[in-house]
Structures are given as C-alpha cells and as structure tokens.
Design a protein around this ligand. Structure first.
Ligand SMILES: C[S@@+](CC[C@H](N)C(=O)[O-])C[C@H]1O[C@@H](n2cnc3c(N)ncnc32)[C@H](O)[C@@H]1O
Length: 240
C-alpha cells in the first residue's frame, strides 16, 4: 500500500502551523542561507525548473509555496509583460520579502493544500523546495494538478538524497553536520536541523514520480542534477 493510500499524510512532515511559524521566523535569513548552503547554485536550479514549465509569452503560471519568490520571478521572465504569474504561500513574512523584490508578480496568501483558485486556471504550476514541507504531499500535488488546464504542466523542484559515494558521504557530512551549524550561526538551529530530516523523509525520485502519476499527471519525467542532490519532476495534465 502506498503511503497516500494508507490515509496517512504522505510526506510525514511537521503540522502546518509549525511549518508556517518556522518560515515566518527564518524569512529574514532565508535567501542568504540558500546562497551559502548551495554556493550560489540554487538560482540555476530554479531556472531549470522554470524551463520545464514550458510557458509561452503571455501565459499564466502559479508558483506554490513561493516563499521569497525567486521561482515565481523566473516564471515571470518566461511569460513576459503580457503574462501573469501568481506566487502563493502561507507565510506572511516570506511573502513580504517576495513583494519587496517585484511588483510584476502577484504574491498572495494561500494554503497549498487548499488552493484558492478555480480548476484549469493556469498553464503551469510549480513548487520549489516546498513540497517537502506539505503536511499532505498527495493533496498538495493533486491541488496543483487541479488548477492547471489540460495540456499544462506541473513541476516539482526538490532536494534529494544522493545514493552513491562519494557524493552520498559528502551530502551526509554537509547536511547533517555543516547545515545545522550554519543554522546555529544564523540564530535558528531548529529550522536548519529540520531541513536535513525533511529531505530524508521525502520520497525518492521514483516514488515521487509515482505520486505525480497517482494524482493523474501524464508524461511524468524527472531529471537529477547537481551531482545527485536535486530532482526536478514534471508532468502534464492529460487532455481528455
Ligand atoms: C523552503 S521554502 C521554499 C521557498 C521557495 N519556493 C524557494 O524556491 O526558495 C518553503 C516554503 O513553503 C511554504 N509552505 C509550506 N507548506 C505550505 C503550505 N501548505 N501552503 C503554502 N505554503 C507552504 C513555506 O511557508 C515556505 O515559504
């Protein structure tokens, strides 16, 4: 039985209010910590995820769990001035920082597990480093698929655990030892201990691809990049 079928929340993360409180707390150091932890590579991964959304100029896209908005901004560069991008999140502090970056994207409050949008209202929906935090992964993925029109795309960018040495050794050392120390230096050891444990709990690439298929997406594919630490999954909403 899959975890989704068992009726348990499929990502086994913290309760929603704790996740929201944690991101409200770390919002002011979030971008800097990303740059330090990834040696500045995180923006490249978002660009690749945005490409996989296959948006056209004038298109309409949703970035779920948008945080400080960088993936939404990458989507906006693809749809151009005639297009529309909505970035949605349930942490007001993260949204404030996103709004400070650009007024060209509509950043608004929304819970990924209950998206406040009509069916079929976007050409693509993305989530970057957010799905791992969903209290119910299957429900979050199903919501993304619901709001995308037939033929449109759902893209999930996440950290994944490399399986082979030497990267698996390095990843263990970096994530389990260095990242919590960086978190301590940034004033929030708890949040940056949660990060490695949330990555370990999250489904591996094959399992996540299966979850995307379960919510009804077709042509599900994934690419593993950055030496095995980043997985970008995509799928298409089937045309009836
Ligand atoms: C690690 S950050 C990722 C932010 C951004 N997408 C990025 O690429 O950096 C995770 C974000 O997911 C948001 N989040 C987690 N669960 C959520 C939910 N159920 N609904 C809306 N936002 C959620 C958090 O508030 C946080 O801003």
């Amino acid at each position: 039985m899959t975890r989704a079928a068992s009726g348990q929340p499929s990502s086994g993360t913290l309760p929603e209010q704790q996740v929201r409180a944690m991101f409200d707390r770390i919002a002011s150091v979030y971008d800097l910590m990303n740059s330090v932890m990834t040696a500045g590579m995180h923006q490249r991964w978002r660009e690749r995820a945005a490409d996989l959304a296959r948006l056209e100029p004038g298109g309409r896209a949703l970035d779920v769990a948008t945080g400080t908005g960088d993936l939404a901004l990458a989507l906006k560069r693809r749809v151009g001035p005639a297009g529309e991008v909505v970035g949605s999140d349930f942490s007001e502090r993260m949204l404030e920082l996103a709004r400070a970056k650009s007024r060209e994207v509509r950043f608004e409050w929304g819970n990924a597990l209950e998206l406040p949008y009509e069916d079929d209202s976007f050409d693509a929906a993305t989530v970057g480093f957010g799905a791992r935090n969903f209290a119910d992964l299957s429900r979050g993925l199903a919501e993304m698929a619901r709001v995308v029109r037939p033929g449109g795309r759902v893209v999930v960018l996440e950290i994944t655990t490399p399986q082979r040495p030497p990267l698996s050794w390095f990843f263990g050392l970096w994530f389990d030892r260095v990242v919590p120390l960086l978190g301590r230096a940034a004033g929030d050891p708890e949040a940056y201990s949660y990060l490695p444990s949330s990555v370990r709990r999250f489904p591996g690439p094959r399992e996540l691809a299966a979850e995307l298929a379960v919510v009804g997406l077709a042509e599900v594919r994934y690419v593993i990049t950055a030496g095995g630490i980043i997985a970008i999954h995509s799928g298409t909403v089937p045309v009836a």
